[in-house]
Design a binder for this molecule. Structure first.
Ligand code: PLP
Length: 293
């Protein structure tokens, strides 16, 4: 496996970062995960724009010219023999504050550390997208946006990891976060949608969630399907009334939810509108891929 580290591709064994890296010491950094379908990266420019916004939000200079990213991402796939007809790719870009003396001051680190990893993206087990997944409502609350905005895709992921530990302990697929006002937000790596009375609902960005790229696409596709879409402030009681529920993210696309704690969603099986959106997503996907090279 080849990994891009700072200015060149190195073998996995040589892809080592200093113990003085502030990403390691303080979780001071940002990241993005992308995927390809074959050789074409899904919503590439939107992911790169979000990386830039996350970096700007923490005052981090990324020492790679914008124009170089597409080439680097493709080289990461090519060197690892993926991103082709045989294997879709999962790509992760990590940019940390870099190496510097111990201390919180970012100016201790003269240059950010940049890493690109690429591995085969294994499709979600079909049983999960067929039957839906179970969620646990986490006791851990989503970060208060004024404390650490969920809009920043930060390498400081402990909030999500604490919630993930809860779902692992409960034996469920993932945890659903509430915010400090008991409102529904998102899961540890995905956005939440539910359908009630024929309307597609999703928590508004100001509930304290990541502005998911798949979330935006699903809202667009739903509108194209003639399904009303509403962003709002919702509670667990709203999920109790929901007929259908699903999660979205870049690598798993649309994942139906069949149960939240002891509550069965609808009849406990993925519903017709979720299926319709899954099909629509699969049929429209090429619109959201970078041009074929
Ligand atoms: N919410 C969180 C906390 C995430 O980490 C992610 C993806 O990593 C998402 C939502 C979904 O975002 P996207 O659709 O851009 O992959």
């Amino acid at each position: 496996m080849w990994v891009f580290l700072n200015d060149r591709f190195v073998r996995k064994e040589e892809a080592v970062v200093s113990v003085f890296d502030h990403g390691f010491l303080y979780g001071d950094g940002v990241y993005e995960t992308l995927r390809s379908y074959g050789s074409r990266i899904f919503m590439r420019d939107q992911h790169l724009a979000r990386l830039r916004r996350s970096a700007e939000a923490i005052g981090l200079d990324i020492p790679i010219p914008e124009s170089q990213w597409p080439e680097l991402l493709h080289e990461a796939m090519y060197r690892n023999g993926i991103g082709n007809a045989q294997a879709d790719a999962y790509l992760r870009i990590t940019v940390s504050r870099g190496t510097g003396e111990i201390g919180l001051d970012p100016s201790l680190c003269p240059r950010a550390t940049v890493v690109i990893m690429a591995k085969t993206l294994h499709p979600t087990p079909s049983a999960l997208s067929r039957d839906g997944v179970a969620l646990t409502v986490a006791k851990t609350r989503r970060n208060l946006p004024e404390a650490l905005s969920p809009q920043i895709k930060s390498t400081n992921f402990l909030n999500n990891i604490l919630a993930k530990r809860e779902s692992i302990a409960a034996g469920t697929f993932d945890s659903l976060f509430l915010n400090w006002k008991d409102e529904l937000t998102e899961c540890t790596i995905s956005n939440l949608f539910f359908i009630c009375g024929g309307t597609l609902h999703t928590p508004a960005l100001d509930c304290g969630i990541l502005d998911g790229i798949t979330r935006t696409i699903v809202m667009t596709l739903a509108q194209e399907e003639g399904l009303p879409v509403q962003e709002g402030h919702y509670h667990l009681a709203d999920l109790q009334r929901a007929e259908e529920c699903f999660l979205t993210n870049t690598s798993m696309e649309i994942m139906p939810v069949s149960r939240v704690d002891s509550l069965a969603i609808g009849d406990g099986r993925p519903g017709p509108l979720t299926r319709r959106l899954q099909t629509r997503f699969a049929d429209s996907r090429t619109r959201f891929l970078e041009p074929a090279s």
